[in-house]
Every structure is written in structure tokens, then in C-alpha cells.
Write a protein of this length. Structure first.
Length: 436
């Protein structure tokens, strides 16, 4: 035993060391589709603090009393193209799903690196996490897009993070408000001579990526006003505070902002709970790219994300489906290794918050990076050459891979563009155009 114990201890230490190196957000599988690869630019990252003044404090609302107000704090992580040659850095003290454990993540961005000297400002992308979550949950997309010439702002939604998860009503009310406020602030900072973002941000061409409750907010931001029934739920937003998001209300109309040019909505929550109907979803006017797992048991698929996709009849939209994937399809970073261990304060292993039972997370991340790259290039940069990556047959399994020895496609070739041979499997991409 005396010899075995030290060997076991060494094994534990080796695993621990591997854990420290494995929490990467910038992984790229050898079989990743073409556009998943990072762009040419080095990346900088900074953290900024914003204050949304005079907001309703949902946590302190009481029936038949005036609505309490407060200045709502929001922490935002900002990624941007950098002039620096250095690549690679750390995100320290990041909470994971248990709300207690803090870990280090590793990626390509360099903290406080000097911004690139842009000839023209970069399009803006705003990221909105799930409930609960944090600003690093979709950091694989943030880094990837920043390397391709975007400024990316990912929000820590107060009352909705791993370490400060509070009443659900706050998330229901504040998601679209936070998204619009961060757009306003990034626009302001891009014009502020005293800000590092001065001259970097083109907020007139803004994309939004929302996941789960962030995607719920994205549907409202796109124009999908909620039903009256949704504003009256006993477990929902208190004292009618969600009525400002109701379809047809002046307050909801005032939230609409034509600076949002394209939205990626991953597993939007709410449809299966009656938050929208056909009339409310007819208000969606911003082009949308939906992503979902076909067995999503949180947001629903046929009666959830797919129903939103089908009923948003007044905009051009796509639906990318991961067959047999659940709610965690596409969005979360690979599960930090510290999340693999059971914890006392959850009845599940935190790993389950990030992972899928069927699909490899990194594989889904890479596929998402590929399609988001093409979609935002078309809508935010006006690069029509990227449209060919979206103009593909709907069912990937039906694609025929047929090329000449020199790689030239044969007449019968119908394989998804950008996907290596044998890799476009288990996926669907549906497209519906705006109703006439």
C-alpha cells in the first residue's frame, strides 16, 4: 500500500494539472466546418461596468404599492480586434453553475490589449446568456467573432447569474431592457473620445445572440410582443411589470430599434408557456437565425423554438436543428473540468448544465461558429459571398459528396458547403422568407 498510495496521489495531481489546462473556450476540432476557424485578427478583452439608472427593482415590488426604482448594475465583457501580436490569455475567477466554485478559463484574447486601428468601425454583437448563466457562457462565440472583425459585448444579467440567481420575474422583465440598454451604451462609448472603444463600434449594424432566457429576450427585442396571459402569471413578473412587453403596447413598440440588423436566437424559452401567439410573433421584423436541439425539454422544439420560427412570418428566418440534442445545443462552452464533480447545493452534477447526452459540445460550438460567421457576414457586413454557406439543402444527411480529384464539385454534388466529407450529419437547416 505504501507504494500504491504515492502513485495514486501522483495520478490525482496529474489529472488536476490537466484540468487546469483543459478549460479552453477556443477549441477547434479537426473536422470543424470551414468558417469555424478563427479569423486573422488578434483579440483584446476588457471588462466594463454599466449602470442602468431608474429601473424597476423587480425583487422589491409589492402589490398595491408604487414600483420601487434602483440603478441597475451590469458587468459587460468586451472583446475587440487588437493590433497586438500576442495571442492567448486567461479569464480568472469565473463562477460555474453551482454559483460557488470559481475557475480559470483559457482562450485567445489578451486582457487590456490595445485595440486595432480600424479604418472603419466594426459591427457590434451583443451576447445575452441563459438563466442562470454569466457573460462567459458563450465566450467561444465572442472570441471567434472578435477575431473576424466585430466588437462583442457579453452581458452579466443582474439577478440571473450563477452566483446571484434571484426571482424569475426579474429575468422576464429585464432581458430585453438590458439588451437595448447595452446597445445604447456601446453606441455612446464608441463615440466617446475618452473610451478605448472610441471609433471602434458601428452600432448601426448590430447583431444579437441570445441563449435560452437571453433568446427569450431576443424574440421580444426582434418585435415579438408577449401575450396578455403571460403578463398575468402568478409565478411570472409581479404587479403587471411585464405589460410593457405586451404585443401592441406603446412601451413595446418603443423598445424596437432598427440598429439591430440580425439576431441569433438559441433555444428561446417561453413559447410552451404561452408567452407568444401568432399575432405577437407577427411583430418580429428583424431577420433571425434560430438554433435548437430536436429534443429540447426546457424550451420545447415542435411547440417551442420551431413554432416561433414558423410564426415569425414577417421576417426572413432560418432554423438550424441538431437532431437528438437537448436544451444545451450549440451555446454553452465545453463544461469546465471542475464542473464534473458533484456539489452539495445542486441535485445534479454541474456538468449537465453545459453538456449534451448525444452531441460533443465542441463539435456543436464549431458548427455554430461556422453558421453565425456566415449569417452575420451577410447581414452586418454586407458580404453576399457568404450567402452560399446558407443556401444549402435542408437535410444534411441527404447531401451527396461528389468532387473531382482536383476538388471541383461534380453536377450531383449537394453536400453542405464548408463541411468536410462525412461530417454533415444529424443536422437540418430550414429557411422561410417573409410573407408577401
Amino acid at each position: 500500500m505504501k507504494k500504491i498510495v504515492p502513485m495514486l496521489m501522483m495520478g490525482v495531481l496529474m489529472v488536476g494539472t490537466a484540468w487546469a489546462a483543459d478549460n479552453r473556450v477556443d477549441g477547434l476540432r479537426p473536422d470543424a466546418p470551414e468558417l469555424a476557424a478563427p479569423g486573422a485578427s488578434a483579440i483584446g478583452v476588457r471588462t466594463i461596468q454599466l449602470l442602468h439608472k431608474d429601473q424597476v427593482d423587480i425583487l422589491k415590488v409589492e402589490a398595491d404599492k408604487p414600483l420601487p426604482k434602483y440603478d441597475r448594475p451590469l458587468t459587460v465583457e468586451v472583446w475587440y480586434p487588437s493590433d497586438g501580436a500576442k495571442r492567448g490569455g486567461q479569464y480568472k475567477n469565473v463562477f460555474i453553475r453551482d454559483g460557488k466554485t470559481q475557475v480559470t478559463l483559457y482562450g485567445q484574447a489578451v486582457r487590456d490589449a490595445a485595440p486595432a486601428k480600424a479604418e472603419t468601425p466594426y459591427p457590434l454583437v451583443i451576447i445575452s446568456h441563459g438563466y442562470p448563466g454569466n457573460r462567459f457562457l458563450l465566450s467561444h462565440l465572442a472570441e471567434n467573432l472578435a477575431s473576424k472583425g466585430y466588437v462583442v459585448a457579453s452581458i452579466d444579467h443582474t439577478d440571473s447569474m450563477y452566483h446571484d440567481k434571484a426571482a424569475f420575474g426579474s429575468t422576464l422583465v429585464n432581458r430585453p431592457l438590458d439588451q437595448k440598454f447595452v446597445l445604447d451604451e456601446m453606441d455612446r462609448l464608441g463615440k466617446d473620445p475618452g473610451s478605448f472603444l472610441n471609433g471602434l463600434v458601428n452600432a448601426n449594424d448590430t447583431g444579437l445572440i441570445g441563449y435560452s432566457m437571453g433568446a427569450y429576450g431576443s424574440v421580444i427585442t426582434a418585435g415579438g410582443g408577449v401575450t396578455q396571459a403571460a403578463t398575468e402569471l402568478a409565478w411570472g413578473a409581479p404587479a403587471g411589470t411585464l405589460k410593457r412587453m405586451m404585443a401592441g403596447s406603446p412601451e413595446h413598440e418603443a423598445l424596437m430599434d432598427d440598429r439591430f440588423k440580425a439576431i441569433v436566437s438559441i433555444a428561446p424559452w417561453g413559447m410552451t408557456y404561452g408567452f407568444w401567439d401568432a399575432a405577437g410573433l407577427a411583430g418580429v421584423k428583424v431577420p433571425m437565425f434560430f438554433i435548437a436541439g430536436s429534443v429540447d425539454d426546457v424550451s420545447g422544439y415542435e411547440k417551442g423554438t420551431k413554432a416561433i420560427f414558423e410564426n415569425a412570418v414577417n421576417t426572413d428566418r432560418y432554423l438550424l436543428t441538431f437532431e437528438n440534442a437537448n436544451h444545451n445545443a450549440a451555446a454553452p462552452i465545453p463544461a469546465p473540468v471542475e464542473s464534473w464533480k458533484p456539489v452539495d447545493n445542486l441535485d445534479f452534477v454541474p456538468f449537465e448544465h453545459y453538456a449534451d447526452a448525444v452531441w460533443d459540445t465542441l463539435r456543436m460550438n464549431n458548427i455554430t461558429q461556422h453558421f453565425v460567421t456566415a449569417y452575420f457576414a451577410v447581414h452586418l457586413k454586407g458580404d453576399d459571398s457568404m450567402q452560399s454557406y446558407l443556401d444549402i439543402i435542408p437535410v444534411a444527411n441527404e447531401g451527396v459528396f461528389a468532387v473531382e480529384k482536383d476538388g471541383t464539385p461534380k453536377a450531383e454534388h449537394s453536400y453542405w458547403k464548408g463541411f468536410p466529407k462525412r461530417t454533415a450529419k444529424g443536422l437540418k437547416l430550414e429557411h422561410m422568407t417573409k410573407a408577401n
